[in-house]
Design a protein around this ligand. Sequence first.
Ligand code: SAH
Length: 339
Amino acid sequence: MVEPIPEDKLAGLDHAEVHYFNSYNHHGIHEEMLKDEVRTKSYRDAVINNRHLFKDKVVLDVGCGTAILSMFAVKAGAKHVIGVDMSTIIHKAREIVEANHMSDKITLLQGKMEDVELPFPKVDIIISEWMGYFLLYESMLDTVLYARDKYLDVGGLIFPDKATIFLTGIEDGDYKDEKIGFWDNVYGFDFTPLKDSALSEPLVDIVEMKACVTDPIRVLTLDLYSVTIEDLAFEVPFTLNIQRSDYIHALIAWFDIDFTACHVPIKFSTGPHTKYTHWKQTVFYLRDVLTVELGETVTGVLASKRNAKKPRDLDIKIDYKLETEDPTRQIEGSANYKM
Ligand code: SAH
């Protein structure tokens, strides 16, 4: 039985927010995150291998879930850790902390980070695992920035403190056919109205490295010490260099995460070139197929902003143009996505 969040805690929250927080009540979602070893071991190493930074410090764990990061911080010598989470998983977190004899070192508060009152006016370190698909989907980065601005002491540290979004073009004919072309003929019927829906929804999936046709490029870097909520709506030009003669069916995005405060910097990537993470990659199918040659480029603009009605959702727009001398292959387009 999963314990729902009590009504009084949900007062004033809209339906989408209630749904969001309730989705973290169940142990299943925490199991998935904890078993993501790339994710969890990076946090563990970033904290445990930096005792000199954590020793005797007050630490705030934003969205503590099962309190895994809080317990890493205690192991690294923190004086006290405050974990905040709205979801009822925090009741289990309390039991877990107790079972690990850390109750005197960790204070867990149930509530929205934006509403709770902390037992310390300022903290030395903020730790948080806030990343969503495409880095920003359903993201709670706003909440981390709120906590930073309100509670982080001058000179305080944020773990992690850097996030970078990358983009590349892929050949994905077979799968695009299966997912998008499928709607052209369903048991002999024209189902193309659903093709538009399918095209406008980015797909979160694993992409093989060998599908990549262009060099990966960095499109956005967020410095967690200075980034503002306004910066999370962005519009950035890109140029992708074609690496071989092939077709491009989709652009894909992923992100890297850096803990630069560490003595030896620690980072992990969610890209196609490295170990699986539960974030996989985000695939944006293009309506057109680009027929590309080595040495050409695809230029364009990637834009993303929160959805006006559902602020945890994203409206993403990709403009693209194949830069080629060959008039028979020239093509440009623009696609809108919602996730
Ligand atoms: N730190 C844990 C859980 C990360 S998942 C781990 O690394 O395993 C993110 C957690 O943040 C969820 O449990 C979610 O309920 C919580 N959360 C998100 N936004 C929040 C907010 N505004 N206030 C309180 N908790 C929040």
